[in-house]
Design a protein around this ligand. Structure first.
Ligand SMILES: [Ca+2]
Ligand SMILES: [Ca+2]
Length: 171
C-alpha cells in the first residue's frame, strides 16, 4: 500500500509510522504496509476500491485519517490463461495520519495598537498579542518575543521604561 495516489518515482522506503500513524509529510509513493489474502492455487489481484479519493498529498489538517476499502480478487490461473469467474473479498484498512509542524503561526491582527499613560507603573499591561497555528499540540504552542526592543528610557540605565513581552501569554 502506497501513500498518495501515484507510485511513480522517488525513493522507496517504509513509511514512517509512529504510534499515532503515518506522518503527513510522508512522500507520495511511500509503502505503508502490506495486506495479504490467501487463496489456494490462485493468483490474487489487489485493488483499493474506496476511500482513496483526494488523497494526493497527505495533510493532517485536511484529513486526519483514511479508511480504505481493499479488494482481493482471486482468479484461477488456467493453462489457457482465460479468466474464469473470480471470487472477491474486501477488507477495511484504517490509516491514521500523524500531525507535523507544517504550518507557521499567524497573528490574529496585522497591527496592534496599545496605549499607556506616561506615569503608568512598571508592569502595567499595555496590550496582548495573539498568534494562532493550524497544527495541533506542541506544533501550535506559541512563544512571543520582541525582535526590535524599544529604546530604553533616557533617564534610566536599567531600561525601566522599556517594554517587555511575556513569552507565553503575549501580554
Ligand atoms: Ca500539521
Ligand atoms: Ca505550527
Amino acid at each position: 500500500m502506497l501513500a498518495g495516489s501515484s507510485s511513480r518515482g522517488g525513493k522507496r522506503g517504509w513509511g514512517e509510522r509512529g504510534k499515532d500513524g503515518v506522518s503527513e509529510e510522508t512522500a507520495v509513493g511511500t509503502p505503508l504496509g502490506a495486506i495479504m489474502a490467501a487463496a489456494v492455487n490462485q493468483t490474487i489481484v489487489y485493488s483499493i476500491t474506496d476511500g482513496n479519493q483526494g488523497a494526493k498529498h497527505l495533510d493532517y489538517e485536511a484529513n486526519s485519517s483514511y479508511v480504505l476499502k481493499v479488494e482481493a480478487d482471486s482468479m484461477r490461473v488456467v493453462s489457457s490463461n482465460l479468466r474464469v469467474p473470480s471470487k472477491t473479498n474486501t477488507a477495511r484498512v484504517v490509516i491514521d495520519i500523524q500531525d507535523e509542524n507544517d504550518h507557521p503561526p499567524f497573528f490574529s491582527r496585522p497591527l496592534y495598537i496599545g496605549g499607556v499613560a506616561e506615569d503608568a507603573k512598571t508592569f502595567t499591561s499595555v496590550l496582548k498579542v495573539q498568534a494562532l497555528d493550524k497544527d495541533t499540540g506542541n506544533y501550535s504552542a506559541m512563544m512571543y518575543r520582541l525582535i526590535i526592543p524599544p529604546p530604553a528610557g533616557k533617564n534610566t540605565k536599567d531600561s525601566k521604561d522599556g517594554f517587555i513581552i511575556e513569552p507565553f501569554s503575549g501580554v
